[in-house]
Design a protein around this ligand. Sequence first.
Ligand SMILES: [Zn+2]
Length: 318
Amino acid sequence: MTIDEFEQWMAARQVTRTVLTLQQHHTFSPSYANFTGSNHFSLLVGMKNYHVNYNGWADIGQHFTTFPDGMIATGRSLELSPACIKGRNANAICVENVGYFDAGKDNMTAAHRDVIVRSAAAIVKRFGLPVNTDRIVYHHWFDLNTGARTNGNSGSVKSCPGTAFFGGNKVAHAQANFLPLVTRALGGHFGGQLTGVLKFGYVTAQSLNIRTGPGTQFSRVGATSLGAILRIYRVQNGWYKIAKNREEWVAGNFVTDVQMAEVANADRLNVRSGPGTSFSIVGTYLRGEVVFIFEQKGTWAKIGLDERWVSRNFLKIL
Ligand SMILES: [Zn+2]
């Protein structure tokens, strides 16, 4: 798609999965040297084959891929978490930008800059995300082994999306260079997806039908899958309305309530493999990051389907 086409496509997209972050990456390989101007699809197939056959993933890792000529391609379904940043894929959209944007490597074209900025704006707009470095994130800011957010200052990290990506790959570079361009591309205020939300819930069935009304007699318009966090706008006869402006309903008995919470009262919050300090540290969140509480045990909160726990004392329920 061209970026004009993408903006319209994105605005019209219905996505049941709750999206909270947008990840920016560079592909490193393929780089600009591999792009001929007409081989978009063969590069995508190459990446998909690598992800499926070498990494053992179900599909290509990213949702979107941008190219040096300003084109953008779809990839993994938006209803699925990406496979892009270990420990940080739930509730994320992943964009891979074809190129190697470390200093002294590929020199990003003007068309590429345009599609990266405008696609980020279109995604942020569609999902009602605030433009800040909690929600628009670079791979470099997360430890490769644990998913802990280190902002690239410690641990084992990649340079991705590149040490010269819009002037640098640090949080300060994003704030000074990239985010202002995204804000400008947004061109004004927009309503967030979270206004009017009654509560959140996660899907407990492998696949859950979406229907045009609150009952099985209504026609099926799609499905959402295990672990997806839904926004529930209305409850009727045990059915949940999961879209703000459309009739999209799911059976409530396959959805378990979760609470949205923000990391507060601590600059860093450890994620552990179980509900207690005796369990090993498997990640870190920073103040202001948002999580969903799936389950509670004492003063501990489970923040996903897998065993990832944080102390509730440092969470503020939103
Ligand atoms: Zn990356």
